[in-house]
Design a protein around this ligand. Structure first.
Ligand SMILES: Nc1ncnc2c1ncn2[C@@H]1O[C@H](COP(=O)(O)OP(=O)(O)OP(=O)(O)O)[C@@H](O)[C@H]1O
Ligand SMILES: [Mg+2]
Length: 346
């Protein structure tokens, strides 16, 4: 049996239809609210690899409905590397599954590489998974076939696609992830970090424009996770591949320039790394003083969604002594450009 990675990065159909889904309205109704309603979307969106608007995913099981994504907005530009963080159950994997074409959104708009995934046929999904995205999972049983060597594992998606010069390309990719010495090793002869690097090489096999990694460093130590992140950063920089990495590891997230936090199935805040003084000086050509300050500034912003909603941080709510459902007073101070929120007596 093929692993999920080959189903994703290779040619096998997705299991997205196994899940009983609840669709809000039908797709024709939904498209009325979408800003893009054709499968291919106009060129003004060319700068974006991902445009998610008001994305909703509802899982319906026999007794409950879970709204895993509750109107999520997310734009990722081509060539960006973005981290996604959030508590367990906040919807990170659900989002990645939608982006990877493993599952279909219930409502909203999802454009990847200029294509409207809500309009996809099964064949479109298969082409998309074969040609546009590569997936790396935390669990290596999902990424790799245990009885094959590293080299054979990397060749597999290319074999499924019928690509030529597979052996050379697989060698090259294993070299890229620093494993040229281990091409003939099988899964149980490789460490967790090495297996993850093979998984990255597999994800790269079909030249994807977008790599999606769900907790790729969840099962390795800090040093190895940093090394794996460096491989992703290098691929992003040298090959311009857009990369989205889900991580629980906030320390690791600190090394990513743009980190989006998801709360309750919605984008709640973004942490953006600004250039450090040293980097500014290097840019200005003032290299002499470049060593003075190497501290990059990271700033957290709350995301105002397209309907004007924002998620107030939980600790702010707690310190005001209010809870969800309460009425609060909101005042605008135009002079200072501030909006203030007060606990109301009602
Ligand atoms: N196939 C499914 N059927 C029903 N509910 C699901 C399914 N997949 C996810 N959910 C629910 O959707 C919500 C979001 O789950 P998701 O796996 O996206 O969270 P996550 O942020 O990836 O969490 P974690 O950090 O634990 O991996 C959860 O409440 C989860 O129980
Ligand atoms: Mg998850």
């Amino acid at each position: 049996m093929l692993t999920d990675n080959f189903a994703q990065n290779g040619a096998v159909g997705a299991d997205r239809d196994k899940q009983k889904q609840m669709t809000v309205g039908n797709s024709a109704d939904l498209s009325e609210n979408n800003i893009f309603d054709d499968e291919t979307v106009p060129s003004e969106n060319d700068k974006y690899m991902i445009r998610c608007e008001n994305l909703v995913k509802i899982y319906k099981t026999s007794d409950v409905e879970v709204v895993a994504l509750q109107g999520l907005d997310l734009d990722v530009e081509k060539g960006e590397l973005v981290g996604i963080v959030g508590n367990s159950g906040s919807g990170k994997s659900t989002l990645l599954n939608m982006l990877g074409g493993l599952d279909k959104p219930s409502a909203g708009s999802l454009i990847v590489d200029g294509k409207n995934l809500l309009k996809f046929s099964d064949k479109d999904y298969m082409d998309y998974k074969r040609n546009t995205v590569g997936f790396v999972w935390q669990n290596n049983a999902r990424n790799l076939i245990p009885y094959l060597t590293a080299l054979q594992n990397v060749e597999m998606p290319m074999l499924l696609k019928g690509s030529k010069k597979r052996r050379e390309r697989a060698q090259e990719l294993l070299d890229k992830v620093g494993l040229s010495q281990r091409v003939n090793s099988k899964l149980d002869q490789l460490s967790g970090g090495e297996q993850q690097r093979v998984a990255i090489a597999i994800a790269l096999a079909n030249d994807p424009k977008l790599i999606l990694a769900d907790e790729p460093t969840g099962a390795v130590d800090t040093k190895t996770s940093e090394m794996i992140l460096d491989i992703f950063k290098d691929l992003n920089k040298t090959e311009g591949i857009t990369i989205v990495i889900v991580t629980h590891d906030l320390k690791l997230a600190n090394h990513i320039d743009r980190v989006v936090a998801i709360r309750d199935g919605r984008t709640s805040s973004e942490i953006i790394r600004k250039r450090s003084m040293a980097e500014e000086l290097v840019k200005l050509g003032d290299i002499v003083n470049a060593n003075e300050s190497t501290e990059a500034i990271r700033e957290e912003f709350i995301v105002l969604d397209r309907s004007g909603r924002l998620q107030i941080p939980k600790d702010y709510i707690k310190s005001l002594g209010i809870k969800g459902g309460d009425k609060v007073k909101v005042e605008l101070d135009e002079k200072t450009g501030r909006i203030e929120i007060f606990k109301s007596s009602i």
